[in-house]
Design a binder for this molecule. Structure first.
Ligand code: NDP
Ligand code: 8X3
Length: 259
């Protein structure tokens, strides 16, 4: 029997594709996010398509510590504590330089990508230690290692996530808990729509004329990292579109370069 996987940010993009992929692999799933309608629909579909697994959903805003605590208490009481966490919920907000950025955008990114990811780990780890088993997959980014103008705080949050991931590898070594960080380059999801506050034209321009990763490509990477034998761990996995060399330098369909 495969483990139970908790996926944060399962209502769209990489998280939703990961849910599909892992359902196919036979994992039980707990899908979370803030958009209940999408989670409910995805859960119903997955339960219908894969009757041999158990798929549940919960509404959860990872920014709210008290909600994360109550969420895990609920899972514990329901007897469905996960042994695997795909810590995927995250966002970029805006592309403004430091002096022009909205500080509220900074708060949203820091509260979600760093503090939210930390809350999800902190309140799960005691359970994983008790079970002496587990796997935490952080959905980081190419910008955990790179920076670009306008991306200061988004990049800072992924640098921080990388530091947290590497620290957890040390802290959890006495237990049988694996830690993986996945660093995708550009993936066509709702990421840019969120970043540009619903401006579809601006979001589309990010993916026009290039051939980005699809969320399913990253979901395949997650599935691979979870599938390796128990004595193996993939500490870091970098995945990028074939047309992408750095966060900003990308080859367009016509062979010219962007960035
Ligand atoms: P999407 O915008 O499609 O998905 C983001 C997901 O995160 C949604 O399901 C959203 O759910 C969830 N989310 C956002 N804020 C919160 C919150 N406060 N609490 C709970 N869930 C939240 O983008 P992606 O799929 O692309 O992004 C997934 C992860 O991948 C992010 O961490 C992103 O940084 C990372 N990434 C993305 C890349 C890309 O180019 N797309 C490249 C590298 C990394 P809801 O709104 O329902 O809460
Ligand atoms: C997302 C990658 O380059 O759009 O993590 O910031 S990028």
């Amino acid at each position: 029997m495969k483990g139970r996987v908790l996926i944060t940010g399962a209502s769209s993009g990489i998280g939703a594709a990961t849910a599909q992929r892992l359902a196919k692999e036979g994992y039980n799933l707990i899908l979370t996010g803030r958009r209940s309608d999408r989670l409910q629909q995805a859960t119903a579909q997955l339960n219908a398509d894969y009757p041999q697994i158990q798929v549940e959903w919960r509404k959860l805003d990872v920014q709210i510590e008290s909600d994360v605590i109550a969420f895990y208490q609920d899972l514990e009481q329901s007897g469905i504590m996960p042994t695997i966490l795909v810590n995927n919920a995250g966002l970029a907000a805006g592309l403004a330089q430091v002096d022009e950025a909205l500080t509220n955008d900074w708060h949203r990114m820091i509260d979600t990508n760093i503090k939210g990811a930390l809350f999800m780990c902190k309140y799960l780890i005691p359970h994983l230690k008790n079970q002496n088993t587990g796997h935490i997959v952080q959905m980081s980014s190419v910008v955990s290692r790179e920076v670009y103008a306008g991306g200061s705080v988004y990049s800072a949050t992924k640098h921080a996530l990388d530091a947290i991931h590497r620290t957890l590898r040390l802290e959890l070594l006495p237990w049988n808990i694996r830690l993986t960080s996945i660093n995708p380059g550009m993936v066509e999801t709702e990421f840019s729509l969120v970043r540009f506050n619903g401006d579809q034209e601006r979001a589309d321009a990010v993916y026009n004329e290039v051939n980005p990763l699809r969320p399913e490509d990253v979901a395949d990477a997650v599935a691979y990292c979870l599938s390796v034998p128990p004595h193996v761990n993939i500490p870091e996995l970098h995945i990028a579109a074939a047309c992408q060399a750095t966060a900003t330098r990308v080859r367009k369909h016509d062979g010219t370069l962007r960035g």
